[in-house]
Design a binder for this molecule. Structure first.
Ligand code: 6GU
Length: 227
């Protein structure tokens, strides 16, 4: 998979060198490139923002640098372009799974109060566009959100994480949260591992885990049970 990110702070993406995603880049499973939007300006101050038409607080990202960045990054392959935005549709595991099957993703990371709408409209003529949010809170910019999405998507590509079983069994499968889990020692600071897990009765353990999943989901995410 090819992943590009366009941002005025490309350093935010340095963390993708770490751990499994770093290894996936070394092995060629993923090819990632961060592009500095300011490299697509032509004035001395490398201006990327301007005041909004119609008035209002704050600054907007102006369209021309985005257009030139897209000219370089978007080929004839009609990639998926993801605009990070608190006004986007919610990111979730299902969307991560869909995006993990695509050949080429481009993350367009906005700062300031947002981007001139024509940038989104233009991208729609040369790519498949999604505006995506990672949750109901506001970040200063889309870079951290893009890093979170890239990690969630890339780990679903076969070979990126070693263990296929942990992919199948983890949280957010079958719509329930994962059951609590324990390792050695059996007794720690007066706290014991639940007896059931020591029993060796695999069918009973599975039942116990299912009940725990349900209870945890009730407590932490009752909204998931309504679905
Ligand atoms: Cl994708 N961007 C920004 N700036 N804030 C957010 C977000 C994205 N998702 C949640 N909050």
């Amino acid at each position: 998979m090819k992943i590009d990110a366009i941002s005025i702070f490309p350093e935010f993406f340095d963390v993708l060198e770490i751990s499994l995603l770093g290894k996936a880049q070394e092995s060629g499973l993923i090819s990632f490139e961060a592009h500095n939007l300011r490299n697509f300006t032509h004035d001395r101050h490398k201006t990327v923002d301007d005041t909004p038409y119609g008035g209002g607080a704050g600054m907007l990202m102006k369209p021309e640098p985005w257009g030139e960045a897209f000219d370089q990054v978007i080929g004839k392959d009609r990639p998926v372009v993801i605009f990070t935005s608190p006004a986007g549709k919610p990111f979730n595991q299902e969307l991560a799974r869909e995006l993990s099957h695509r050949e080429h993703l481009v993350f367009a990371c906005g700062r300031y109060e947002g981007i001139d709408q024509r940038v989104v409209d233009y991208a729609g003529t040369v790519a498949e566009v999604h505006e995506i949010s990672i949750g109901d809170y506001v970040l200063n910019g889309g870079e951290v959100a893009a890093v979170a999405m890239i990690e969630a998507i890339a780990r679903l590509i076969p070979g990126v994480i070693g263990n296929n079983e942990s992919l199948a069994e983890e949280s957010h499968n079958e719509g329930l949260l994962e059951a609590p889990s324990y390792t050695k020692p059996q007794s720690w600071r007066g706290l014991e591992v639940p007896e059931m897990l020591l029993s060796g009765h695999h069918a009973e353990i599975e039942k116990w885990r299912k009940a725990q999943s349900l209870e945890r989901t009730k407590q932490n995410r009752p909204d998931l049970l309504d679905k």
